[in-house]
Design a protein around this ligand. Structure first.
Ligand SMILES: *Cc1c(COP(=O)(O)O)cnc(C)c1O
Length: 388
C-alpha cells in the first residue's frame, strides 16, 4: 500500500461521514431513525429557480466552459443584491467571484495565502472545512474558543500575541454554525482593527446570513468600517434557497484577496455551469418570499423542539438565526455519550459538539431539517427515555 500524504493523515475524518456510518448501521438493524444530524434543507428549491435552470440548460451557448470568475451577469446580480440587502457597493468586475458552493472558496483560500507553518485562527466549535483547508495548505490551526459566556464570539484579547503576529488568516462565521449565535457590526469592527494591527486576512463565512427568525437581518462583515481592506466574505445559495445540491455560492470583498483565491481555483476547477449561474441570478433577483416561507417552517420546528425539550426539563436556548439548535447536554453526559444514547435508545441522530472542535464539548447540535411530525416524535421518544 502506498502511504497517504502526511497532510491527509492529519485531517480529522470528515465528521458527517462518520455519523453517516453510525446511521447506516442503525437503519440496517431496522431502527426507524430520525436524522437531526446534517444541515441540509429538506424543503425543495423554489420552482422558478428550477425552471430557469431547465431553460438555460437547453441553450447550447451554455454548454461550454464558463469563465473562471463567473458570468458578468451573475456578478452584477450579486452586486445588486448586496447593495439592496446590505447597502454595500461591490465592483462586479473584481470584487465578486463565483464559487462551486461556498465550501469551495472556504476550503481553497488557505492555499492562496498560507505558507508551511503559518497560523490560521479558526473558531472552535466551527464548520470543519476551516481546519481542513488550513491543514491541506500546510498551515497550523489555532483554535478560538466560542463559549456561551462570551456569546459564542471569540475573545480577541485572549489570543496569544505571538500567535496573532504569526497568523495570516482568521475564519469567522455569523450567524454561526453550530452555535446559532449572531454577531453585530461593533464586533465586526473590532475584528477589522485586530486584523489591521496584526496583518491578518479575515474570511467571514456568511452561509446563514439570510436565515434570521422574526425579521432578524444579519449584517454583512463588509458593512464594518474598513472591512474591505482586510476581508472577504463567503456567501452561499445553498441554505438561503434550498440549493445545497446545486453547488453555487460566491465570495465578495477585497479584490487582491479574491484574486489570490481565483489563482488557486483557476488551476483546479473550471468554474460553475452557466445554466446554474442563470438559476443563481433568478434566485438572487427573486426577492424574499421563499426565504420568509422557509423561516416560518423552521420557526415552527424550532418551537416544537425547544419547547418540547424545555418541558422535559432541559435548558435549551432559543436560536435567533440559522436552522440549528445548540443544546447543552444534561448532567452526567458528554457530547459523545449523549449522541450515542440518543441513537441507541431513541433512534435519533444528532451531532456531537466535539465534532466541531474540543470546545463543543457539553453540547450537541440538532438540525431543524425534518418535518414537524418527526420532531414531535423525537421529543416524545426523548421523553420516554430513562436517564439513568
Ligand atoms: C453549509 C455551510 C457552508 C457550505 O455551503 P455550500 O453548500 O458549500 O455553499 C459553509 N459554511 C457553513 C458554516 C455551512 O454550514
Amino acid at each position: 500500500m502506498i502511504e497517504r500524504s502526511q497532510r491527509i493523515q492529519l485531517l480529522p475524518k470528515y465528521l458527517f461521514a462518520k455519523i453517516d456510518e453510525a446511521k447506516a448501521r442503525a437503519i440496517s438493524e431496522g431502527v426507524d431513525v430520525i436524522d437531526l444530524g446534517i444541515g441540509d434543507p429538506d424543503i425543495p428549491t423554489p420552482l422558478a429557480i428550477v425552471d430557469e435552470l431547465c431553460e438555460a440548460a437547453r441553450d447550447p451557448a451554455n454548454h461550454r466552459y464558463p469563465t473562471y470568475e463567473g458570468m458578468l451577469e451573475f456578478r452584477e446580480a450579486v452586486a445588486d443584491w448586496f447593495r439592496s440587502r446590505f447597502n454595500v457597493d461591490l465592483d462586479p468586475t473584481d470584487e465578486v467571484l463565483v464559487l462551486i458552493g461556498s465550501k469551495d472558496g472556504i476550503g481553497h483560500i488557505p492555499l492562496a495565502f498560507l505558507n508551511e507553518g503559518d497560523y490560521a485562527l479558526i473558531p472552535d466549535p466551527g464548520y470543519p472545512v476551516y481546519k481542513a483547508g488550513v491543514i491541506l495548505s500546510g498551515g497550523i490551526t489555532y483554535p478560538l474558543p466560542l463559549l456561551s459566556e462570551g456569546g459564542f464570539l471569540p475573545d480577541l484579547d485572549g489570543i496569544d500575541r505571538d500567535v496573532a503576529r504569526r497568523a495570516k488568516l482568521i475564519f469567522l462565521n455569523y450567524p454561526n454554525n453550530p452555535t446559532a449565535a449572531v454577531a453585530d457590526i461593533r464586533f465586526f469592527e473590532r475584528v477589522v482593527e485586530f486584523a489591521k494591527a496584526n496583518d491578518i486576512l479575515v474570511c467571514h463565512d456568511a452561509a446563514y446570513s439570510e436565515l434570521g427568525y422574526d425579521g432578524y437581518k444579519a449584517p454583512s462583515f463588509l458593512e464594518a468600517k474598513g472591512a474591505k481592506d482586510v476581508a472577504v466574505e463567503f456567501h452561499s445559495l445553498s441554505k438561503t434557497y434550498n440549493m445545497t445540491g446545486w453547488r453555487i455560492g460566491f465570495a465578495v470583498g477585497n479584490p487582491d484577496i479574491l484574486a489570490g483565491l481565483r489563482g488557486v481555483k483557476s488551476n483546479l476547477d473550471s468554474g460553475v455551469f452557466r445554466a446554474i449561474q442563470y438559476a443563481g441570478i433568478q434566485a438572487l433577483r427573486s426577492g424574499r418570499d421563499s426565504i420568509a416561507r422557509a423561516m416560518a417552517i423552521y420557526k415552527k420546528r424550532r418551537n416544537i423542539l425547544v419547547n418540547g425539550l424545555r418541558e422535559l426539563g432541559w435548558s435549551v436556548p432559543v436560536p435567533g438565526a440559522a436552522f440549528y439548535v445548540w443544546i447543552p447536554v444534561p448532567e452526567g453526559y458528554t457530547s459523545a455519550s449523549l449522541c450515542e444514547a440518543l441513537l441507541s435508545k431513541a433512534g435519533i441522530v444528532v451531532t456531537p459538539g466535539t465534532g466541531f472542535g474540543e470546545h463543543g464539548e457539553g453540547y450537541v447540535r440538532t438540525a431543524l431539517t425534518v418535518d414537524e411530525a418527526r420532531l414531535a416524535e423525537a421529543v416524545k421518544r426523548i421523553g420516554k427515555l430513562k436517564w439513568d
